[in-house]
Design a protein around this ligand. Structure first.
Ligand code: ADP
Length: 480
């Protein structure tokens, strides 16, 4: 398979990192499982052996603690009464470390002097105990002084060599090693299968991202299971769908915009060509043509201005916010639109409540009111009316722009806020419209966290209702 650029190789893959981490963990666990029980059981054996030898040495020491002088015979007599079968060697010395009694099989040292450090320390009044495990046997020694009337008169030395317990521990160790080995192999196989399955899905996500980033917005990931990776996959598909929609919108917008700019430009070209090519054009016709060129240029200017403001709103930045009194903005709009209303023989009126303040951008608010009211005038009949209402409703400021005009057919209502959408293309063109006015209104309302809806007026005509969140002092901290 050809490796996609940006897709990781095995040496720097998540799978390798995952596998190494897992292996270190498994190895650590195996070492712990092998050593901990052995250490604990060895310590337990040490402790039990030391206690047992200490008790036995204690019994011997007190049995030998008689007022009579310690001799080989007296010691032999006392020792004959004790059960010494569990001990490998028992040595009893007098206060000078001379051996009085020794159970060693080979070369018992009776009569000689004991040179064990344990005995010399016991003769100094100390109780000494040593335990050693060499892997084959437990070797434990215990030395204790024999006291008589506060004086040390001799020492008892016990030694035990236990291979049986050591064998038991070795068996446990071997079993543990075998168990951890089997468990380790199973875990490594499982880890490999699991990490492979996991990284395959991650690789698929990375591959899909690359494909989509190259412009193939049709590509979708197949979702299986219901874990976090499946969620990520379905989020990826949603995102790709949104990208596709946005891309389609962008393409349509660019083609609509170029079409919108192309039409007046073609008219300008045609008109200017006609002037240039006709030799005997009379001054009246020429003036007519130049006026038309002027009108088309004006239309072009209006369209480009609208496109610019839409793209500025798309980016969502660069709009300063402040406290705005909508009444003032509505009055300004009324003042500006009055000549147009008069020209169309319409009544433009308003009912504006005081205290309708919002936190927003004055220029955008002006465009909202202006575009809605201008449409009310444009799509109306002589003698008709356009009315602007402004009032507070709980925590909202409500702006209503209604007219007695031609109205909007039911089937067109869902599209009126779309860019370049015009219900009656001929009428809109005549009125200098480009199908961008209501999109600007919609975007501007959204930028103010408001809402807009259209209603058919009872006696014909249209009604646009815009709601904005009313001004709160804390709004000052926000920016658009
Ligand atoms: P335009 O620049 O063409 O007026 P708009 O986006 O402002 O574009 O409006 C979109 C379309 O909706 C218009 O072409 C028009 O057909 C319709 N329209 C908008 N406002 C009204 C209204 N008040 N009365 C009737 N039709 C309207």
């Amino acid at each position: 398979m050809k490796r996609l650029p940006g897709v990781s190789t095995f040496t720097n893959s998540v799978q390798l990192k995952f596998a190494v981490t897992f292996l270190v963990l498994i190895a650590g666990l195996m070492v712990m499982l092998n050593s901990y029980p052995t250490i604990v059981s060895r310590d337990l054996v040490f402790a039990s052996k030391q206690t047992s030898l200490q008790n036995q040495a204690g019994v011997m020491s007190s049995a030998l603690s008689t007022p009579d002088e310690l001799t080989s015979d007296t010691v032999l007599e006392v020792m004959g009464l004790l059960d010494l079968r569990s001990l490998t060697r028992v040595v009893v010395t007098d206060e000078n470390a001379r051996i009085l009694y020794d159970t060693a099989q080979l070369d018992p040292g009776v009569g000689r002097y004991a040179l064990f450090s344990e005995i010399s320390r016991a003769l100094k009044g100390k109780i000494v105990c040593y335990s050693v495990y060499d892997g084959k046997a437990f070797m434990t020694s215990e030395a204790m002084p024999i006291r008589n009337g506060g004086l040390t008169v001799g020492a008892v030395y016990l030694y035990e060599y236990d291979a049986a317990q050591a064998e038991l521990i070795t068996n446990i160790q071997t079993n543990l090693r075998n168990i951890t080995l089997i468990l380790g192999i199973i875990s490594i196989i499982l880890m490999f299968i699991f990490s492979r399955a996991l990284t395959l899905r991650i690789t698929e996500l990375a591959r899909a991202t690359k494909i989509v980033s190259e412009g193939n917005y049709e590509y979708r990931i197949k979702i299986s299971g219901s874990d976090e990776l499946s969620d990520l996959g379905s989020e990826f598909n949603n995102l790709t769908q949104r990208l596709k929609d946005t891309e389609e919108l962008r393409r349509r917008f660019v083609s609509d915009a170029s079409h919108e700019l192309k039409t007046p430009l073609a008219s300008i070209r045609l008109l200017s060509d006609s002037i240039v090519n006709s030799e005997n054009m009379d001054i009246v016709t020429m003036r007519e043509f130049v006026t038309d060129i002027g009108n088309e240029a004006e239309r072009l200017q209006r369209t480009t201005e609208k496109l610019l403001s839409l793209s500025k709103m798309d980016s969502g930045i660069g709009f300063m916010r402040e406290k705005i009194d909508l009444k003032h903005v509505a009055e300004k709009t009324l003042h500006l639109l009055s000549p147009l209303a008069k020209e169309n023989r319409l009544t433009l009126s308003a009912e504006l409540q005081r205290g309708c303040c919002i936190y927003g951008n004055e220029d955008l608010i002006y465009r909202i009111i202006f575009n809605l009211a201008e449409n009310g005038i444009k799509y109306n009949m002589p003698g008709g009316q356009v009315k602007i209402l402004l009032f507070r409703e709980e925590k909202s400021v409500v702006l209503v722009v209604e007219d007695t005009g031609i109205g909007i057919p039911e089937e067109d209502v869902p599209h009126i806020f779309s860019r370049f959408y015009r219900v009656d293309k001929a009428r809109s063109s005549d009125a200098g419209g480009s199908g961008l006015g209501l999109s600007i209104v919609y975007d501007a309302v959204m930028l103010h966290n408001g809402s807009i809806c259209f209603e058919k007026r009872e006696n014909g005509g249209s009604r646009f209702i815009v709601k904005f969140p009313a001004y709160l002092c804390s709004d000052e901290e926000k920016t658009v």
